[in-house]
Design a protein around this ligand. Structure first.
Ligand SMILES: *Cc1c(COP(=O)(O)O)cnc(C)c1O
Length: 219
């Protein structure tokens, strides 16, 4: 069963340089499908939905790290802090403060990425590029958060046209690194999905998020 998932993971792992982290975007996939991907070598699972994670995560105990990659609402932060090892989609000081509060209550240091709305699209989540720096400084001042990098979706356009967006995100990433903020650990630049990961890697991504390329088309 699910031989295609095994084959996809092997092919991708052979193609993609080993220093680039692959996050399997598992929304809508079954525990069996996720298990096959993990057995084939995937060790980071990205989830968009809190509720889905509550069921899948506990069926896969100890199998890999879980990253939250969906849009986080304030009323879901407590659950997210309990369930996830890293939150990729922090895009406001309010969300950051709430994560900090719940992480402190659990005595946990939560690694987070700032989601950048690099295409400045009104309907998209993420902070505008010029606001990344203020948010990064604020997060650096929160004792139970550890700022670990940036994430972006980029506009929905053909991969080659995404190049400048990925390049600008990379530039912000390098700038944030150079700020040398206290108690941050900037190491992940999460950008690129199934149809754009090659371009993203060329533009400096070291973490890519793949759904379709691993599991096949969403049903
Ligand atoms: C679903 C999803 C992905 C993966 O999308 P594919 O095109 O299936 O690879 C990556 N990132 C986020 C935030 C997603 O929601």
């Amino acid at each position: 069963m699910y031989q295609h998932i095994r084959d996809n993971v092997c092919r991708l792992r052979a193609e993609i340089p080993p220093d680039i982290a692959i996050v399997a975007a598992v929304k809508g996939r079954t525990v069996d499908e996720i298990t096959v991907a993990v057995d084939a070598g995937i060790n980071i699972l990205g989830e968009n939905y809190i509720q889905e994670t509550e069921t899948t995560r506990f069926d896969l105990p100890g199998r890999g790290k879980w990253h939250f990659i969906g849009h986080l609402q304030l009323n879901k932060v407590k659950k997210a802090v309990e369930l996830f090892d890293l939150i990729q989609t922090v895009d406001s000081i309010a969300i950051a403060r709430s994560i900090n509060k719940h992480a402190a209550a659990l005595n946990k240091i939560m690694p987070v990425l700032i989601e950048v709305n690099i295409g400045r699209e009104p309907q998209k989540n993420g902070v505008l590029p010029e606001n990344v720096f203020d948010l990064a400084r604020s997060i650096a001042g929160l004792s139970n958060l550890r700022l670990s990098g940036l994430m972006t979706m980029g506009p929905n356009m053909p991969a080659q046209e995404l190049r400048p967006y990925f390049a600008s995100t990379r530039a912000i990433y390098e700038e944030i690194k150079c700020l040398c903020l206290p108690s941050v650990d900037i190491r992940y630049l999460s950008m690129g999905m199934s149809d754009s990961y090659r371009v993203a890697i060329k533009e400096g991504a070291n973490m890519i998020r793949l759904g379709t390329a691993i599991f096949g088309p969403r049903r």
